[in-house]
Design a protein around this ligand. Sequence first.
Ligand SMILES: [Zn+2]
Length: 450
Amino acid sequence: MRKNISLFGLKTKPFSLDCCLSEELLNVLLKWGLKRGETCLVFPKDDTSIKQLHKIRDLVTGERNIRLNGSNTTEMSGSSRRVTDMQPVAHRPSRTLDSNQDPTAQPAVMTFESIFLKTLQSNFLHVMVYENPSLQKKALACIPIQELSRNAHEKLIQARKMDRGHALNEQDILLLELLNWFKCDFFQWVNNLPCSKCGGQTESKENLSPSEDDLRWDASRVENHFCNHCQFSNRFPRYNNPEKLLETRRGRCGEWSNCFTLFCRAVGFEARYIWDATDHVWTEVYSSSQQRWLHCDPCENVCDKPLLYEMGWGKKLSYIIAFSKDEVVDVTWRYSCKHEDLLPRRTQVKEAVLRETINNLNKVRQQSLTEGRRRELLERIIVELVEFISPKTPKPGELGGRVSGSVAWRVARGEIALEVFNASIGDHFRILSLWSSCSLLTLGPQSREI
Ligand SMILES: [Zn+2]
């Protein structure tokens, strides 16, 4: 028998946080069969039907839509603009997007909306690469898994001594170990390659043509890192095939999160590839002990600091979408505590079109899942949706600037910290203490603020 799942996460030490649930929503949730726990709402496992769960999901979605109203019912000026000369937003714009779609039938002029929707399809297809068993095996062989597991085991014992009440498990700590190893020992950041002929500094010049081998590994873009000293063009293909990345072990955030998400799947974590429309990508991992998705940025070696980008890097976020073998989820709201500022920036696609597209993609992908698995995903999405309409406050570690990349690159992207904060890497105990204190929403005074 499975235990009840708490709607708001763990039941350990909830600190007082105004609950975002309106009284109406709370009442209806209770009416639909959720029960009041000591500190949170719980799903009663045995008597809530899938149909009821669907209704709860629609209800929470409805509540969110009410909160989004005003910005998503009107057509955005940017959504139908022509973008003949625009840089595509997709990381893999040339990927075959939809097997049912005739590529020759694409309109000559693409809109922001069509480019955006193609990016969703492309990423949703791409994550299936991580499910290839032989690729997972190859990836696992690169990871010193025994050493990482042993470290995780020892650190868990220490953590338990420090805080007997916490509910972390070995998987949680293993994830931190994996992040740390990946950043410190496995993968390398590339700004400009040193010249392979003379070792001199290089600078970026116009891209080069991909070779057949580049295209085989899904690198349609080949950067030219030109050496002014010896006039040599150093090629830097931007590989999208994670199998190739096991060998090259370098790149920028695209390569980092692509390879790291594969590693997460290889060690058995449930993982999502996260695409941020303002040009960043990272990973989310589902924590079974905490019953929620954890933000993991391998470039930064940080875990569970979702407000890092908005608060630390000063990013003007718009859309952040999660992709896994099972689902696509608009997770933007996890990464923002300024929903009202963010909403007007969501101009690339009408909200209704985005919702419908995501629903359709999920419907197709989830057809082959068992009823038990569909139910599990449904419960998780309800938890997420409630989190998304909940107000958030930044934690100390989320105010830090970007760690990866040169200062020039960070300044160019406007990602130097707004507030100076020493975001020390690999500070597991700080992360642990955040984990044990950041928990949960309690049933408190209602507020409709977002
Ligand atoms: Zn050179």
